[in-house]
Each structure stands twice: as C-alpha cells, then as structure tokens.
Design a binder for this molecule. Structure first.
Ligand code: NOJ
Length: 574
C-alpha cells in the first residue's frame, strides 16, 4: 500500500470534515532520532539513518511512525526546545533528507506523525529573542512575563515549580521582569491567550501538512492554558501549580480553534501528551465530535510502579489492570492509546519483571501480548521489539537534563542522599530509554562507528536486531508475528472487551469478541507457575492461536496452568 499524499487533504463541507480515523487500525513505532541510526559517523542518529532502516520498520509490520522532534534546536532538552519550527536540526540532516524520508515512508504505506512542541519554544527562538528585548516589542506577549513579587519585587511572581526542579520563573535583567518556564529556563512557555500565538501554531501545522505529514503528537498539550491571574499553587514540591495549568478550561477553545483551522482540514491524527487525562475524564477532550484531540498519551499506567512518577515501587497488577481495562470500556469515539515505553519511560521489561532472569525473553513476549491484544492504537518504542533493557550508568554518564538536574539538586541540598538518588535514577531515569538502538553485536552496536553521544548498553552483544532476525524464536520475530496477527484481525482491533478475575494479582485475563468470534487472552505477569480455575470463561475446547512458549496447551481447559510469564491467546466461536 502506498499512500497518495495528494488525496489526504479532506473535503471540508461546512463545518463537517471527513476524517478516516486511520489511526484506529495503525500500529505505531516511535523513533527517537538521536539514538536510532547514525549514517554519517558523528555518533548521533540522523534522518538518513532512519532512511536506511525504513525496510526494517516495514518488515516489522508497522503502519505509522511517531518521530520525536527533528527541528532546529540548541538541544537543551534533546530537541524538545525548538528554535525554528520549519527547519531541521543540522545534526539530523536537511529538509531535503526529511522529504526523502517521508516519501520512503509513504511509499511503504507508513504514515508519519511529527512531534509538535508548542507549550514552549527554545529561548533561542527568534520570537523569544524579540520578546525579551523590550516591553513594547510586538513579540512581548508571545510569552508570559510578570513583575517579581515580595516587598522588593525580587521574588518570582508565583510559587509554581518547573518540572525540571526549582522555580518555574526566570528573572531577565533586560526588562527587569520574569518569564514562565514550566520546563528548563531555556524552554519559555508560550502565551496561548494571545491569538497571534495560536495563529503561529496553526501556520506551523499547515506548513507540515502541506509537506505531507499525517498528524502530530502534541507535547505536554494539557499545559497550554494558564489560569487567569496565575495564582499560587498548592501541590507537591516538584509539581507545584498544576491545578492552575493542567487541563485549565480555556484549553478546549484553543484546541478547537487549531483543529478548525488546521487539524480537521486534513486526514490527520492528533495525539496529545495529556497529563491529567484518564479514562474517567477522557471524553472531555478526546471525544470525536469535540474536534480537540483524537487520542491521548496518558500517565496513570506509568505511575503504578512509581511513586510521584519518580520513586520506584512494586507493581500491583490489579491496579495496573484496572487502568488498562477502564480505557477498554469507553465507547469507540473515545479511542485509547496503548503504550508501555517511550523516550521518557524506563524499559518495560526492566520495570514490570525480571529482565535479567532466565525468562526474560518470555517476559518481553508476554508484555507484547498484553499490550497488542487490547483495543486502542499501540505504540512500540524503538528497541522494545528486541527486548532492550534499562542501562547501568555512572553519575557522569547520564545525559538527560532531568537526570543531571536531579543529581545536581541532591548534591546541593541533600548530599547524604546521593546513594539513594543513584539507586532511584538507575531505575527511573529517562536515559534508560535513550541509549542507542542495538542493531548488532559490533562495538558500536551497528548504531555508529564513532563514539556515540550516549553510552551503548553492553548487552548489545547478545540483545540486538541482527542476531534476532536469524533466530525464529527471538523476541523480534515474535513481535512480527503478533503485529501481523493484529494487523489482519478485526476482532483484536475492534472487538468488545471483557475482563475476568480483575483482582487476581498474577494474571491478566480478558476476552475480545466481535461477530461470533472470540479470543481469550491470558498473561502471567509473575515469574512463577500460576494455576487458574477458568471455568467462568466457558471456553473449553478453544484453540491456541499464539503463545510465547513453544509448547503451550493446544486446547483451552477449565483448569489452566501458566508457566513463568507465559501468555496465551485462544480462539473460539460463540
Ligand atoms: C514531554 C517530552 O516527552 C519530554 O521529553 C520533554 O522533556 C517535555 N515534554 C518538555 O518538552
């Protein structure tokens, strides 16, 4: 299938545009370009590197790519700080390279969704350079500037904290005012209350749509609207102020405006990184007829094994299942997103099981089944398909701004806790997901022939694409099989979901049903043998379709025994 780019623009009739909702059938692969493939041996992944790997992505069965930012950037937050929205980071290549990449994707029937980072820009963006230059500059109101507080006006305007530690305000002596930055001080927040800012965002989106992109993943989009008066927040130290900018009511008006003037005029998919959205409130922002977001990347699941999103704790399966299942029960016009990993999350096999144990392959495959048999749009993050694990780093090897700041803050304010911080960061740091892709056992892992920008996981000697392609029972070949199964099966994509034994703390058991077809999925999340009295499912005689062991029980029985991390899919007619 090759996508005809010319036909993608919708026919808009009055207010009602036609979106094909192609994303409901898609399986996404997320590329973090810096770490994917280096083509020019500077140790940094790039667009021509992606071009070299398009066939790999196609053969995996992927039908859409989410590409993390490739725009011009000073790289304070690895591209999530953009200094030119219409051009490419020279480390990654040129716009011509990008055009070749999208052509290659479309020729292979793969859509491209770009990252849209418009809660903030880089402080090196021209808008900000103008804005900070004087109070009456036409760009002044593109950002959020305030006078200092306190008797002497020397304190930040309010008590909000940056998600990267410290105050969310930075004093700027040029005009004797402070600007808001919910991330680093090099990422000033845009002022969405200014219609000119919204117009800029619309123009940027249309620019990329005209170049052929199929949609956007909108970075921290639920932060874009700030409460009038910017009142002090309550909240915890690291996230103070949230109640005044997470899902603040005007966000709906802003999203609808961008949608009407851009997103809805193309056959696009808009997925929001949506802090604050969960299955209970999803319909206020992703219900289709609202024309706001199409789907949302949410966080409840990623916090089941992390306290405050940072401190690792034991995975409680019933809670995990409750979150997944609650999304499954929403109507089809509130479409779920399915993911375990991305560039901000540690590797799933390291967090949900024993990634160093003898059953690590079964674990990786079980997790794949538990994700890819649910309703929603699945995202596979580069390396997940070969079972890449967290990486062991020394303090000076962490590259992520967040990790560097955490270590800096601990060393400054709580030095006795440095060992605890190291332990936490080993499990929690975003760096875990950012180590270079492991293509081969060679010294540069087939990623680069030069010193890579970030340490390569030494386990690339035995966890790599090249070896797994040759091994029929590898995690990679299992992913291929499972993806093919999903791509060709309407029941798995759209079937009704029913959960069994929700309080069982070892097994995730559910069925998917459509037009008399039924699949029964059982996933053992424990590294031990678990018995199940399955009589309630009434599926005696159902036939095995897929499993992560070579010799799983061929026929479903009322008493089932699951081996460590065993996962099985049975089929019957009802
Ligand atoms: C979310 C992105 O995924 C993350 O990597 C980034 O640091 C923040 N947004 C700020 O843009």
């Amino acid at each position: 299938m090759s996508i005809n780019i010319e036909k993608k623009k919708n026919i808009v009739q009055g207010n009602c545009s036609v979106k094909t909702r192609w994303y409901k059938d898609a399986i996404f692969y997320q590329i973090y370009p810096r770490s994917f493939q280096d083509s020019n041996n500077d140790g940094i992944g790039d667009i021509r590197g992606i071009i070299q790997r398009l066939d790999y992505i196609k053969e995996l069965g992927i039908t859409a790519v989410w590409l993390s930012p490739v725009y011009k950037t000073p790289n304070d937050d690895n591209g999530y700080d953009i200094s030119d929205y219409r051009d490419i980071n020279p480390e990654f290549g040129t716009l011509e390279d990008w055009k070749e990449m999208i052509k290659g994707l479309h020729e292979r029937g793969i859509r491209l969704v770009m990252d849209l980072v418009v809660n903030h820009t880089s402080d090196e963006h021209n808008w900000f350079c103008e804005s900070r230059s004087s109070k009456d500059n036409p760009y002044r109101d593109y950002y959020i500037w305030r006078k200092g507080s306190g008797n002497d006006g020397k304190k930040p305007p309010n008590n909000w904290t940056s998600r990267f530690t410290g105050s969310a305000w930075k004093y700027d002596s040029v005009t004797d005012e402070w600007y808001l930055h919910l991330f680093s001080e090099k990422q000033p927040d845009l002022n969405w209350a200014n219609p000119k800012v919204r117009k800029e965002v619309i123009d940027i989106c249309n620019y990329w749509f005209e170049l052929g992109v199929d949609g956007f993943r909108c970075d921290v989009i639920t932060y874009i609207s700030k409460a009038d008066g910017l009142p002090d927040g309550k909240g915890r130290f690291a996230v103070r102020g949230d109640e005044h900018f997470v899902l603040e009511p005007k966000i709906h008006q802003y999203l609808q405006e961008v949608s009407a003037k851009s997103w809805s005029n193309y056959d696009s998919m808009i997925v929001g990184e949506a802090i604050g959205v969960n299955a209970e409130n999803a319909e206020i922002i992703i219900k289709e007829d609202l024309n706001e977001l199409d789907t949302a990347i949410t966080f409840a699941l990623s916090e089941v094994d992390m306290f405050a999103g940072l401190i690792p704790k034991k995975l409680k399966l019933p809670k995990f299942k409750k979150i997944q299942s609650s999304w499954q029960c929403l109507p089809n016009d509130c479409w779920p997103t399915l993911y375990y990993e991305n560039h901000d999350q540690p590797r799933s096999i390291s967090r949900y099981g024993n990634a160093d144990g003898i059953y690590k392959k079964e674990l990786a495959k079980m997790l794949a089944i538990s994700l890819l048999t649910l309703k929603g749009t699945p995202y596979i993050y580069q390396g997940q398909e070969i079972g890449m694990t967290n990486i062991r780093l020394e303090e000076n090897e962490y590259m992520d701004i967040m990790s560097i700041r955490v270590f800096r803050a601990v060393r400054k304010y709580f030095p006795p806790l440095i060992l605890v911080a190291k332990k936490i960061m080993r499990k929690r740091a975003r760096d875990n997901a950012r180590s270079p892709m492991q293509w081969s056992a060679e010294s540069g892992a087939g990623f680069s022939n030069e010193t890579p920008w970030m340490k390569i996981n030494p386990n690339h000697a035995f966890v790599n694409v090249e070896m797994q392609l040759k091994n029929p029972s590898s995690v990679l070949n299992f992913y291929k099989k499972l993806i093919e199964f999903r791509n060709n099966d309407e029941t798995i994509k759209y079937g009704e979901f029913k959960e069994y034994f929700p309080r069982n703390s070892s097994l995730y058991v559910f069925t998917r049903e459509l037009k008399k077809q039924r699949y029964i999925v059982i996933c053992n999340f424990k590294e031990k043998v678990v018995n199940l009295n399955a009589i309630d499912i009434s599926a005696r005689g159902a036939k095995l379709v897929l499993s992560n062991y070579p010799n799983s029980q061929e026929t479903f029985t009322d008493g089932m025994t699951l081996r460590p991390y065993e996962a099985v899919i049975y089929h019957d007619y009802i």
